[in-house]
Design a protein around this ligand. Structure first.
Ligand code: SF4
Length: 376
């Protein structure tokens, strides 16, 4: 489940470890509850229910009253259940211990630090910490993931005295992106990180000290629209003469490319903040609130259709179902059987991404010509 109450929560640790003063700066700034978070909470409840069923608990089915429940949620949580089941079956030592939605306490390193781990499995000298992620916006990597490392520390704090643990295996299971990412650390290395990185950052964050540092983590900061450090960082970037990109050297453009997403996202955050405040009644000098464009629409579609039909016209257009709706109608198997050879995937729009992106490089005519030149 998301860690909602702790001041220094594992889920926001990437931000507060990088920018400790962001915690106190964000205090008192309200955020609109997000639909995605509520959907994720519902999916986590179903995961918990399924794992508990697997352990033999007899509890009433929660699906009927579960918000956002649908076929996709059913399938994703089933994949998660199967993954955990497989992990249990493949454990090396007999009788592994499995804990579901386990409260963990890491307050030795982080003041007031507690959280909930989706699933912990102890197998001989190894602790597995598994985190289910229902999001499909960003693929989450387990490697050096501070949230997972905190869960790992929490699990060690709880079980290391009882079992002789040497290793911690941290896994992110993100079914909507087909992503299963695993990262293993020795107990020694994980504790070394906790003492040298986690604890000092947590102390600064709690006290509201430390240095403001901008980065990808700003996206999840409640102070992102009003933060001066972020504004100064992005305004410094904006000093480049964007109107004459040809005057820039390649190396300058390459260095800008990595930063432009941050600049755009900062500009959008500031605009959104200013709009939200204006809607609440704030007057910004030189600006006014107006109505945006809108399209005409029927007040009652059924009445319109009846009237048009009664006048002798057909008010409806017939459209073939989209691929998702058609798969839902036919079921995956029938869909594949019936429509074999009739589905194509057009080439996607070229997108420039960092070389670290997992997608294979696109084959353009220019690329092919360059390869030809190099080969001959
Ligand atoms: S916006 Fe970024 S730099 Fe500013 S407080 Fe938040 S995390 Fe730190």
């Amino acid at each position: 489940m998301p860690d909602t109450h702790a001041l220094l929560s594992p889920s926001s640790s990437e931000r507060w470890i990088n920018c400790p003063p962001s915690v106190r700066m964000s205090e008192g700034i309200e955020e609109k509850p997000s639909e995605y978070a509520a959907e994720g909470t519902a999916a986590h409840s179903l995961c918990e229910y399924k794992l508990r069923q697997m352990l033999g608990y007899k509890e009433p089915d929660i699906r009927e009253n579960l918000d956002y429940y649908n076929e996709e949620m059913e399938n994703c949580t089933e994949e998660y259940r199967n993954y955990i089941n497989e992990l249990l079956e493949n454990t090396q030592f007999g009788g592994p211990l499995m804990l579901v939605e386990q409260k963990i306490n890491f307050s030795k390193f982080v003041k007031g630090g507690y959280g909930t781990s989706d699933c912990i499995i102890i197998d001989g000298n190894t602790i597995h910490v598994i985190d289910f992620k229902y999001g499909k916006g960003v693929e989450v990597d387990a490697v050096n993931n501070t949230q997972m490392m905190i869960y790992g520390i929490g699990a060690l704090e709880m079980f290391d005295g009882i079992y002789d643990i040497t290793n911690v295996v941290m896994t992110i299971f993100q079914p909507r992106l087909n992503n299963v990412s695993t990262f293993e650390m020795s107990k020694k290395d994980l504790y070394h990180w906790a003492f040298t990185v986690l604890q000092p950052a947590a102390d600064m964050a709690y006290q509201g000290t430390g240095i403001f540092k901008c980065g990808e983590h700003c996206r999840f900061c409640k102070a992102k629209s009003v933060c001066r450090a972020r504004a100064e960082y992005n305004l410094k970037l904006a000093q480049y003469d964007f109107e004459m990109p040809s005057a820039l050297e390649d190396i300058e453009i390459e260095s800008l490319l990595g930063k432009l997403d941050m600049l755009i996202s900062w500009a959008e955050d500031v605009k959104q903040y200013a709009l939200d405040e204006a809607v609440k009644g704030k007057k910004w000098t030189g600006y006014k609130l107006v109505e945006g464009r809108s399209n005409r629409k029927y007040t009652d579609e059924t009445v319109v259709a009846d009237k048009v039909a009664n006048a002798g016209y057909d008010p409806y257009e017939k459209k073939i179902l989209g691929i998702t709706a058609m798969t839902k109608l036919l079921g995956k198997k029938k869909f594949e059987e019936l429509l074999v050879g009739l589905i194509e995937k057009p080439q996607g729009k070229p997108t420039l991404v960092p070389e670290s992106d997992a997608r294979p490089e696109m084959n353009t005519t220019a690329n092919a010509a360059k390869d030809f030149e190099e080969e001959n």
